[in-house]
Design a protein. Sequence first.
Length: 266
Amino acid sequence: MRGHKIEAVIFDWAGTTVDYGCFAPVNAFNEAFKKFSISPTVKEIREPMGLLKIDHIRTMLNMNRISGLWKEIYGRPFTEDDVYNIYGEFESSLFESLACFAKPKKGVCETVEKLRSKGIKIGSTTGYTDRMMKIVTAEAEKNGYAPDLCITPDMTEGFGRPYPYMIFENMKRLEIMSTGSVIKVGDTVSDIKEGKNAGVWTVGVIEGSSESGLTEGEFSLLSESEKKQLAQKVENKFSSNGADFVISNINEICDIIDKVNLSGND
């Protein structure tokens, strides 16, 4: 990918640019499964985070503990009808609260302004559907954040992460010719895999991420030592899944762009 200047940054939404800690979907998944007499752990909920939401439910149902509980309760393995029934409950719960979780994270609006001043285009991908994103984008825009594009799995025939097609759709609409000119920024392993599969530069963000799993208040109460331990744990997870870079917060993306652009002149 050397020799290309960065022309576009493609951000994820929940946990990356809005919804510190990625709590809107966590709460909705929890409520949905409880309707079917299963209480998932936070770890089980967060493990597939970033996938298309119906794929997320399917992945959770395939987990050993949850699939075992399902068989105990219902006397049979889960079916696709069950997946869609849980998804219906998930959607209902999410739509009730989504607008409350669309506030841009600290530094996002300022960072996007800096990127645009450098002539860099701003794209985005998500695990949310078109209907969900109508709410999120409207609320985010009220608070100063509006990327040039928002591509959902609905726009790529249902092929969400880790498929690369949402990134390719961003590139097509933003008229970017080379994957070497694109950076994908996200807060989950699914984001990293999406970027790797697309062949673009891939960056994981630590603070406010789903992988960190803390509210802003909870994070602020950690000691410096605890913050370092958490950051190292999240960084290791991103790096082991192929992230080219890991940053503490969104502001650092400008430094990454400078680094990538300089590497093209080596």
